[in-house]
Design a protein around this ligand. Sequence first.
Ligand SMILES: Nc1ncnc2c1ncn2[C@@H]1O[C@H](COP(=O)(O)OP(=O)(O)OP(=O)(O)O)[C@@H](O)[C@H]1O
Length: 242
Amino acid sequence: MKGLDIRHVSYRYGERRALDDVSFAVTPGRFCALLGPNGAGKSTLFALLTRLIVADEGTIGVAGFDIARSPRSALARIGVVFQQPTLDLDMTVRRNMRYFAGLHGLSGREAADAIERSLAQLGMAERADEQVRALNGGHRRRMEIARALVHRPDILLLDEPTVGLDAASRQAITDHVHRLAEGGLAVLWATHLVDEIDLSDQVVVLHRGKVLSDGSASDLAGGQGLAKAFLAMTAEGSEATA
Ligand SMILES: Nc1ncnc2c1ncn2[C@@H]1O[C@H](COP(=O)(O)OP(=O)(O)OP(=O)(O)O)[C@@H](O)[C@H]1O
């Protein structure tokens, strides 16, 4: 499978079980929201998908490569935007991008073309020569997404990418990333904000390390809307109601 295929993945921090038999898949061309409240296990799953940590059990397939058996090939097919920004504020957008392209083995004309293409995909082409420090938060995030696309990955992972941004910037970013999915990328977007999700998206609800549901946002929303459905699902047995 060209997309992402997660099967029976579990992970513990010592005694604490952070992920418990998690399975789902994201096919190319899909925007999948990984929706879960604080502590659900979203960041842990991202750490497994980027091989910062290794699963205790289960398998992770990335564009057809098993991440445990072929980590280099698998990681080469993934673009990642972490929760914490990782930009050099004193460099221009282009220099930041060039540095990152180099890490993926791109240089010269090939790197320059890849940088132009991915900045254009995020509507950032005209900002290539600006210092990152001069950009607002929304544009910085868009630049990080562009940077994650520079090596033409099949799968784009974003861990709560709109944290701290204003409503207009959040909207612009969610729109851009939905368009990237329409262009053929498999997108996994971790969030606890239901307004970032379109009704045609796939939604995987993660709560206390378990997948509670996996399907279309419209099915999850039913008659009551996504926000209510998500709250009802995750409030049950949570600390807030215990
Ligand atoms: N390094 C760690 N050591 C021990 N427990 C951890 C560690 N990191 C996370 N946990 C625990 O694992 C569980 C899942 O945490 P995780 O950060 O993956 O959730 P999350 O869905 O990303 O939450 P948030 O939205 O708050 O970032 C939580 O119970 C958390 O306390």
